[in-house]
Design a protein around this ligand. Structure first.
Ligand SMILES: C[S@@+](CC[C@H](N)C(=O)[O-])C[C@H]1O[C@@H](n2cnc3c(N)ncnc32)[C@H](O)[C@@H]1O
Length: 287
């Protein structure tokens, strides 16, 4: 393996391990954001996260920026009061007031990670907090993880004029089951002809002002929810495909298990399958 790649892998593994308990993101999603940081590391501008919850991803970026010796900061924006009012038609299962976190605890964690000079925490609703950011702020990397339409729209409207040429925007919850708010906001602000790359799980990423990568795979287009996504980057990661296959089998199995268990609890079934379930949950069936 080339030494630069080996070192980057080490930086990723070490810092992911440190922040994992403080982020909702799965490892593959964090890796995809790390890869975008590597893509844009030579560009001017800072990083910004809209929707930080307990701060894990912003701290991950701060630790990597430090390890890679980059002259960049991370702006962390969150209400710390959870999600705002949502639009049920667009935001599906996301609900107001979920994912409340504690700004004081997040601030203490920042100090423990030694990131007081790198991560700038901005509590408040995006509508207000973006107004207090430095007037000359420019960004090369943004992680949008606010789940819902209105918040994503506010974030993108602020971000787009301040994104440098070649800068990357990573959108979480772009392909979330039952929610279309994030992709709707992206289409409205960035345009429907944007080259959206599918990332792991619910993630997509885009270089709205041009792709800075000198070598990039030929696009592999697939349609999902009436929109085209380029899967080339994702398909290059065979480990991820294996994980999805495993998850699919796991949840299929568990869906069946819960169907049977519910039947048992509601008295809808009392056949031999019930014995199997009671065995598995450690209960003794009364005759
Ligand atoms: C899914 S969580 C973020 C997860 C986080 N990125 C991580 O790595 O675990 C979504 C966050 O977005 C925040 N949020 C959503 N809309 C917001 C808004 N308009 N203003 C401020 N915070 C917002 C919520 O408070 C919540 O903490």
């Amino acid at each position: 393996m080339d030494p630069d790649r080996a070192r980057l892998n080490q930086v990723f593994e070490r810092n992911y391990g440190r922040v994992a308990p403080h982020t909702l993101l799965m490892k593959a999603q964090v890796r995809s954001i790390f890869d975008r940081l590597v893509d844009v590391r030579g560009l001017p501008g800072d990083a910004i996260e809209f929707g930080a919850y307990q701060g894990g991803l912003s701290f991950f970026l701060g630790l990597c920026i430090k390890d890679l010796g980059l002259a960049k900061r991370v702006f962390m924006l969150d209400s710390f009061e959870g999600l705002p009012q949502t639009d049920p038609g667009l935001d599906g299962p996301f609900e107001r007031g979920t994912m409340v976190s504690d700004a004081r605890v997040v601030g203490e964690l920042r100090s423990r990670f030694g990131l007081d000079d790198i991560v700038d925490i901005r509590p408040g609703w995006f509508e207000d907090s973006v107004r207090d950011l430095p007037g000359d702020a420019r960004f090369c990397l943004a992680h949008l993880d606010a789940d819902v339409y209105r918040s994503t729209r506010v974030a993108l409207e602020f971000l787009l004029p301040r994104l440098v040429e070649g800068g990357a925007v990573v959108l979480d919850d772009c392909v979330f089951p039952g929610a279309t708010g994030v992709i709707r906001a992206a289409d409205e602000v960035l345009g429907t002809d944007q080259h959206l790359h599918l990332g792991p799980k619910t993630q997509a990423f885009v270089f709205p002002k041009g792709d800075p990568r000198p070598q990039r795979p030929a696009p592999v287009w697939r349609s999902l929810g009436g929109r085209r996504y380029d899967l080339a980057d994702l398909l290059a990661r065979t480990d991820y495909l294996e994980l999805v296959r495993w998850e699919h089998a796991y949840y299929d199995d568990h869906a069946q298990w819960y169907r049977n268990y519910l039947d048992l609890l509601t008295g809808a079934a009392d056949g031999p399958e019930s014995f199997r379930i009671t065995d598995r949950i450690g209960l003794v069936r009364r005759e």
